[in-house]
Design a binder for this molecule. Structure first.
Ligand code: ATP
Length: 333
């Protein structure tokens, strides 16, 4: 059992509360992604789980056990960082073996573990290579293997993919999903990249300013954002938001839920506008539409490429796809 619980956890730096009275349960064996803008407290949460920088008050439990007084090395957690610490002068094998030697695991068992784990992460043929001869993705896998060899019950990962180029990042995302499936261990992954969160998580914990905004499966966060912040943080480009002329309430719709046409259609909500910009994305085209009168502009994502800049269009949204927010920005059901 390696669920993680935060119970009324507060973390302060210089009397300033970065996290305040946080309650959160991270389920055993799940791939949980902590996501949110820079400075929202993601790394602080991870460091509290690891015990590197303990909470100011409240309790952190791993596997149902309060770990407040348990030092980092005895918590059964392994951490992989953005700047993964691998030793440049050691071979891949020596890097992976390093922690085991320190723990006085005997030679035969070390060899067996290193070989089986290097196969799991696809480094089987690279054990005698030096890190400088590996690609960024392979180096990242060495860092993962180093963490895995300790057989942790919890993997903590702090932006481990952010130093990789876009293609490699996409590949490593799939590899991490597969690795999680193979290991069945609790993964807690920190990122500020909502695409990483959406593509890998069983559960997303979306934070802002030290508070949890929503905790749900990716598709739930996408379809039923709990508030304006969530609605606009998740999704590229973000959800369109417009004012309803009463009580400060607002409506929102996703760019792919709008339809452009030359004639007013049978849709419930339709406004006239002009195409301001057009971006070809390959399989889709992204339009920015300025409404007539110019008060508002909305993004529209379409699989069709029928419209040109300066063209007059009707922008329609299916009423069933509209989302409404109250004056405090909370979604209204
Ligand atoms: P990023 O995505 O930029 O890494 P984050 O969400 O991981 O951000 P944290 O690193 O957890 O954010 O920081 C949360 C807040 O706590 C920030 O306002 C940060 O300035 C503050 N903070 C973190 N560590 C310390 C520290 N050692 N001393 C003082 N303030 C700190």
């Amino acid at each position: 059992m390696a669920s993680i619980e935060f119970v009324q956890v507060t973390k302060s730096f210089d009397k300033h509360d970065v996290i305040k009275n946080l309650d959160l349960t991270i389920e055993d064996g799940k791939f949980t992604v902590l996501v949110g803008p820079s400075g929202c407290g993601k790394t602080t949460l991870l460091r509290m789980i690891a015990g590197i920088d303990p909470q100011t008050s409240g309790s952190v439990l791993i596997g149902g056990k309060d770990v407040t007084r348990i030092p980092p090395g005895e918590r059964g957690v392994a951490m992989v960082f953005q700047n993964y610490a691998i030793y440049p002068t050691m071979s891949v094998r020596e890097n992976i073996e390093f922690g085991l030697k320190n723990n006085k695991v005997d030679k035969a068992e070390r060899t067996r573990l290193v070989e089986s784990i290097s196969e799991t992460v696809g480094l089987g043929g690279y054990l005698d290579r030096k890190p400088s001869t590996l690609s960024g993705g392979q180096r990242q896998r060495v860092a993962l293997a180093r963490a895995m060899v300790k057989k942790p019950s919890v993997f903590l990962m702090d932006e481990p993919l952010s130093n990789l180029d876009a293609k490699l990042r996409a590949q490593m995302r799939i590899e991490l999903i597969e690795l999680h499936k193979k290991l069945g261990t609790t993964f807690v992954f920190v990122t500020h990249d909502q695409v990483e969160a959406m593509s890998m998580a069983d559960t997303i914990v979306l934070m802002n300013q030290g508070r949890i905004q929503q905790e749900a499966a990716p598709e739930v966060i996408y379809r039923k954002p709990s508030n304006m912040f969530t609605a606009q943080f998740i999704g590229v480009p973000p959800m369109n938001v417009g004012d309803l002329m009463k009580d400060g309430a607002r409506f929102g719709f996703r760019p792919e839920h709008a339809i452009l046409s030359q004639e007013p259609g049978g849709l419930h909500y339709s406004v006239r506008g002009t195409i301001a910009t057009r971006e070809m994305l390959g399989s889709e085209t992204l339009y920015q539409v300025k409404t007539s009168g110019g008060q508002s502009s909305y993004m529209v994502k379409s699989v069709q490429d029928l419209f040109r800049v300066d063209q007059e269009v009707y922008l329609g949204v299916d009423a069933a796809k509209l989302i409404f927010f109250d004056a405090e920005g909370r979604r209204i059901d």
